[in-house]
Design a protein around this ligand. Structure first.
Ligand code: PMP
Length: 327
């Protein structure tokens, strides 16, 4: 273990953790990248740091500048932390269907949060489009634009992918994760496929997203939803995702994700968020398809603390018809 130099140097280089119960059940090594150990608490610290670094490199962002983003959660948290550590202002646009916990957290971190009505992406008043327009009116400001700014993907091509390759000593057989912007899956896929083309890349999708159909049929048609998962699924193929080699996709129903998250909590000691639940279900599905003796890697995107009012709230779960009694 070496000493890390401040916040920025503490992003990435996360442990790769063998999930023991799932590994024993499948005969494969189910390995999770512990992204919840990033200093801002999620996988999105990597994207936040790379997008800000690329803006600094291009000269678009200079000392004392402002970073604007449309985000419902972890990306904003990562950006707020990086802005604090580098002396930038942070302005976050967020749709009004998000939990108050997230708004409060971002404000505690010093971000200016603008909550706007929830409207589809195609609407000009969509929170992402508002963020882009507002950034354009400011001097020395950038719109991070996580969905289509490929500095997001580059973060995973330059950090997550190489880390997985080194930590598995090149033995990784498959990588699977869910997609929000696609930065993680695309960056990791691009790096691993360059090392060994036969490493299987599998997209994990919740219901109410178009990406399962996009991978399996070539047409990005929405599947019926909704899903209580947060930060994953998409109705469109982002610039980060486009052109990425993806071998297969699996679709995970919410009840399976819930069973996984509660099983991890009660039997294994882990407190994970919903996207991690989807990822672990997908890793098990991939392992079962490959058969015993393989290494399957996925992402442990964040921990459960941001999901207290939904995934870990018995009243909310009962309202959604989801059981939390899995042993
Ligand atoms: N899990 C969580 C908890 C997230 O916040 C996100 C980002 N929206 C993802 C997974 C998906 O990551 P990516 O944007 O790299 O596809």
């Amino acid at each position: 273990m070496t000493i890390r130099n401040g916040f920025v140097d503490s992003v990435g280089n996360t442990p790769l953790i063998r999930i023991t119960s799932l590994s024993e059940a499948t005969g494969c090594d189910i390995l999770g990248k512990a992204e919840f150990m990033n200093p801002g608490g999620s996988v999105k610290d990597r994207a936040a740091l790379w997008m800000i670094r690329e803006a600094e490199k291009s000269g678009a962002l200079q000392a004392g500048g402002t970073v604007v983003e449309g985000t419902a959660g972890n990306t904003g948290i990562g950006i707020a932390h990086v802005c604090n550590s580098r002396g930038y202002q942070c302005i976050i646009y967020m749709p009004d269907n998000q939990s108050q916990e997230k708004v409060d957290l971002l404000r505690t971190l010093g971000a200016e949060v603008r909550v706007v009505p929830t409207v589809p992406y195609k609407d000009e008043m969509n929170y992402q489009k508002q963020a882009g327009r507002f950034a354009a009116t400011l001097d020395n400001a950038v719109w991070a634009n996580q969905f289509d700014n490929t500095a997001n993907r580059l973060a995973h091509y330059e950090s997550t992918g190489p880390e997985i390759w080194q930590q598995t000593q090149g033995e990784v057989a498959a990588f699977t994760c869910a997609v929000g912007t696609g930065g993680t899956l695309a960056g990791v896929s691009r790096f691993l496929k360059e090392q060994r083309e036969d490493i299987q890349i599998v997209l994990a999708d919740p219901h109410g997203s178009a990406l399962y159909n996009w991978v399996t049929t070539g047409s990005a048609d929405m599947t019926p939803g909704p899903s209580i998962t947060e930060g994953i699924g998409n109705s469109r193929v982002t610039d980060n995702l486009a052109g990425t080699v993806i071998d297969d996709a699996v679709q995970i129903p919410d009840q399976e994700m819930v069973d996984m998250v509660y099983r991890m909590l009660r039997r294994d000691g882990w407190f994970f968020g919903s996207s991690t639940g989807i990822n672990l279900c997908a890793a098990v599905a991939v392992a079962e398809k490959l058969g015993p003796g393989h290494q399957v890697v996925t992402m442990l995107c964040d921990d459960g603390s941001k999901y207290q009012s939904r995934l870990f709230n018995p009243g909310f779960m009962a309202e959604k018809g989801l059981r939390t009694d899995a042993r």
